[in-house]
Structures are given as C-alpha cells and as structure tokens.
Design a protein around this ligand. Sequence first.
Ligand SMILES: Cc1ncc(COP(=O)(O)O)c(C=O)c1O
Length: 385
Amino acid sequence: MRKTFLPFSPPKIGDDEIAEVVDTLKSDWITTGPKVKRFEQEFAEFVGAPSALAVSSATDAMLVGLAALGIGAGDEVITTPMTFCSTVHVIEHLGARPVLVDVEEDTLNIDPGRVAEALNQNTRALLPVHLYGHPCEMDTLLGLAETHGLYVLEDAAHALPAKYRGHAVGTLGDLTAFSFYATKNLTTGEGGMLTGNSDLVEQARIWSLHGIGSDAYTRYSAEDSWSYEVVLPGFKCNMTDIQASLGLHQLRRQTDSQVRRRVIVRAYDEAFANLAEVERPARRDEVEHAWHLYVLRLNLDMLTIDRARFIQELCSRNIGASVHFIPVHMHPYYRVKYGYDPDDFPVAYRNYLRLVSLPLNLRMTDSDVDSVIDAVVDVVTSHRR
Ligand SMILES: Cc1ncc(COP(=O)(O)O)c(C=O)c1O
C-alpha cells in the first residue's frame, strides 16, 4: 500500500506559466489586456472556432452566453440532471426555467429521445453537458434544434480537447463554454472560455463587462479614454491577464497532456477489464474523448459494500477519489422548488449510486497509476460477495 496520500486532482503548473505570470505582474497591465486577447485568439484557433471570449469561469461563460442568446423570463432551457449545479443555476439566474431530462445509460449524457419529448412552445435552448469529456449525441440534438428553432449552448467544462464525428467540441452548437477551474484539463486557477460565431461572442462580451460597449483596455488605450456607453445591465466576469498568462502555456501543452491522459486511461482499462465488480467508462466510436474524468461504475450487487464505503476504503489505502455528480434534482433547492423525487430521473439516480471517479491527472507517475489500480483491485477482492 502507498505510504503518502494521492490527491484526486492537483494542478500541474510549469515554469513557463510561472515566468509568464511574473512578466505580467511586472508589466503595466494586470487585468483584461493583451494577454487575454492573445489567449482568446490562440484558444479559438486551437478548437477551430470563429471567435472566443475569456471569462472568469465556465459558469459565467454559460451565463453570458445564455444572456447573449436572449434567454430570460418565460423561456425554458432543456438540460441534464447529471452535471455540476452551476449548469442549471445559470438558467435560474436569468429568470428562465430549467427543464431536466434523463440521461443515456452508457455515456450518462443527455438523452436526445427524452429531449424531443420535453419540447414545448416555451423551449428556447438546449444545454447539453459533455460529461467527463465524452461528447453528447450532437447530430440528434442539433437536428432537433434546427427543426424547432432552438439555440444550442454546450457545457464543455470537461471536454477540452474532444471531437464528435471529427469536429472539435467548441465548433458544434451556437456557443460552447469551457472551464479552466483548478482541476480541469487546462487550468488558469479559475477561468472559462466561450466560443462561437463572432456576433454572439461579441454580444456575450458586452454582457461580461457591465454591459459596456467597449472593454477597459481599448478604452484606456484610446484618445478619448474617459468615454464609454452602457448598453445592457451586464455582469462582471472578465478574465485577467494574470490568468491568461497561465492559460497561454497550458494551451500549448494540451496535445501532449492528452497523450499522457490516454496512457493512464489505457492502464486503468487493461487493469479493470476482467474485474466483474466494476464497469469501465463508456466511449462511442464516433467520438474523441477528452478524458477529463475516469469514472468507474460499481456493480453493487456483486459487492458487500456501498459506494460511500468503497471511497472510504480507497481513502484508507491513500487514494483520493470523488463522485461526479450528485444529480442536480437531488439538491434541496431544486428538489423543493420543482418537487422532484430521486426517481424522476431514474437513469441518473441509479447510476449516481454506483459512480466512483479515480485520479486522472498530469502529476501522476506510472507508480501512482499502479497504486490506484492495486487499491481498486484490493478493495474489490476484499469485499466481493
Ligand atoms: C460539468 C460542469 N459544468 C460546469 C462547471 C463549472 O465550471 P467553473 O468552475 O469554471 O464555473 C463544472 C465545474 O466543475 C463542471 O464540472
């Protein structure tokens, strides 16, 4: 058994990120400025999107994205219960109604068949989440959107870099939100990016900075720097050049990082292939998975312990693990407001009880990977029925 605790998802920050942050701190400009601009351009190029807006989180990217689409009171937005709460919060923040639909058994992504059943005359947008980095069934979702005149804003917090039928996530729907939170495939500490066509992204940019028609860097660089116009009651969620300093270098490392993530995934896949008590993560042929998370599903009827105890047992073997996610409809705010029962979304609920996310990050050595495998095998063999 390993002697030191293996944290679930520590960040990996290189010397070039640190040097870039220091360079920014010593410069005349530390908030939204030239490095944010460069990061936006390089990110858009990386995913192949026409335009990108850097903001303070994926949550805010979704908020200003929905605002730019004109979502508000009286509108319904269809999304999934199998996500982080903020995917649903942003719909509430705009006074619209979130409509949850259950997920597919294999990927745990939103089920397009159930989306079709949930449509009505108030539906304005779909908000699919590419869970764990596995893209949703986008052809069907985009087809529904086209037929019914709906917008599609994707939560790609987990999905950098991912592809669906050869097309990069970030280029599929109207708008796509990425997360650069501390644990994500690319981190700026906190941060996010919205990609899409230039008109929508520029509208979201106005929403992201008080509703001011031009940004601070442009204002303070211009001759008449004191003058500005507020055209919307906007939010305040711009990214700083300090964060972009991290992002610029993290972005350059994405391709190599993905190679390493896949090595770890292959090692897990091989080790767990013959362990009947656990199911390995789903993946479909038409996608390139971003492998943000490696999530096992326990076959609980073959074990004498439940999921909570399984995670405790991993922890007692010095392995950090987690659960993604407690379905949104089980949280008190949503449960009470919409009167949900756990079984209203049975696929999400039943699978939630079996989920265990294993460490999958760039700080792990091969021996760390082996120690996770040993711990999982040991917990399973010690508690099989
Ligand atoms: C699926 C999903 N959506 C949205 C978010 C929110 O991301 P951020 O922390 O950048 O706002 C997260 C973060 O954990 C997430 O996992």
